[in-house]
Ligand binder design. Sequence first.
Ligand code: HEC
Length: 179
Amino acid sequence: MGKVHAPLTPLTKVRRRCRRVLLCVLLSAAPAAAETAFVAEPAELFEAASALPPAIAQVSVAAKLNVQEHGAQSDKVVLSGWTRPGAERVLFAYPGKQILVARLSPEAAERLRLQESMTDPETGIAWNLMQIDGWIAADSLVPSLDPIWDAAWELFADRCTACHERRVPSNYTANQWRS
Ligand code: HEC
């Protein structure tokens, strides 16, 4: 036997309708669900889905991108990174940290969109968070960082003991880790 519902009072009906309308408003106002992806191998960013050279940016391994649209072979993404005023062609993952996200062509650097600014309290240097859209080969992207760090760990274990003892990654800051 089905559950018997008490008849809805007019006020309850109004409340329910309001909630539904509010939900619709919120959903339509929210940006299209942003999908995050990471670059698994150095990749080029292009202006259009046709991926005709020249590339607008060289994107580094582990760079985080927001996927806007899936094309046949490439995805439309938003690339973000921090730059120093006057050196907009190099995007870093964080202000003041030498973690390279991408190198841009001179034309692309002029089209960057400013999102946010801050001054590094330690150095007094100004940093701007910038964004640019482009298309990138879909097969260079992975949905999480795990496979990237797994591959990096293998490389680290194989290749980094030829000249000196294996360094302990957690003993270094991003800016000290330069090898
Ligand atoms: C061809 C030789 C060689 C190889 C291979 C090599 N290194 Fe080095 N590395 C050096 C030299 C030389 C220095 C500077 C002297 C030192 O600190 O021993 C150095 C310094 C470093 C430092 C900074 C050391 C410090 O104490 O300031 C880190 C971190 C480092 N290497 C990590 C790595 C990693 C990670 C790899 C593998 C990707 C690697 N190295 C492979 C030669 C090498």
